[in-house]
Design a protein. Structure first.
Length: 228
């Protein structure tokens, strides 16, 4: 049974989420603000966090920053604002998905299942090989869910790892955003082009911290993995 941490200052929203997720067999832990969420996370670690952005005491963005210092737990942002800046900011901080209020409980449950599926299948189900994937100085170990540039490890979220894994399987091939959605996402119809772009910016930023810049943009088409 997967444990879900619901973080929202609106008790009604928490009730709706709890009912929908309990009905599907998930165990629920709740917090009403970001500070309480960090405490709940430490005492009862969840498999996924549903995190509201606008909250008192400690907002969702700040809570996400704190969580990402020590954990790569999947995070789905929840917000009443449908602003592109908020959406991109949330994803670039390490969120795996973003849902705007009002939302369909059925859709939210589907997204939760999709993200958890990526967590469980990505490290254990490499599509072509049981061995580490390597291209030049870039190496991916699907079983250990680790990425290395030369001997230096780089930590990626589940979604970022999935995108990089797709690229390294066929270096030099240009992948359209649609192809990346289909290959790296299990529930691709809820993912937008802008979401892919936001995740790719994070992948590049993390590679840049070790002096690597192997991902190339092919304007009007998509992305490819170049020389490493």
């Amino acid at each position: 049974m997967n444990r879900i941490l619901i973080v929202d200052d609106d008790a009604h929203i928490r009730d709706v989420l709890r009912y929908a997720l309990n009905k599907e067999g998930f165990e629920i832990v709740e917090a009403e603000n970001g500070q309480q969420a960090l405490q709940r996370f430490e005492s009862d670690p969840p498999d996924l966090v549903i995190l509201d952005i606008m909250m008192p005491e400690l907002d969702g963005i700040s809570a996400c920053r704190e969580l990402r210092k020590t954990s790569q737990v999947p995070i789905i942002f929840l917000s009443s604002k449908d602003d592109e800046i908020d959406r991109i900011l949330g994803l670039e901080l390490g969120g795996d998905d973003y849902i705007t209020k009002p939302f369909s409980p059925r859709e939210l449950v589907a997204r939760v299942r999709a993200v958890l599926r990526r967590v469980s299948e990505t490290p254990a189900d490499p599509p072509q090989s049981d061995h580490p994937l390597q291209h030049g100085r870039l190496k991916i170990d699907p079983h250990q869910f680790k990425v290395f540039w030369q001997d230096e490890e780089i930590v990626f979220t589940v979604t970022e790892f999935g995108l990089l894994r797709v690229l390294i399987q066929q270096p030099g091939r240009v992948f359209s955003r649609e192809a990346l959605m289909e290959s790296a996402y299990d529930f691709n119809n809820v993912v937008s082009d802008r979401t892919i772009d936001s995740h790719m910016r994070r992948v590049r930023a993390k590679l840049d911290t070790v002096g690597a810049n192997p991902i190339e943009t092919v304007h009007g088409v998509g992305y490819k993995l170049g020389d490493c």
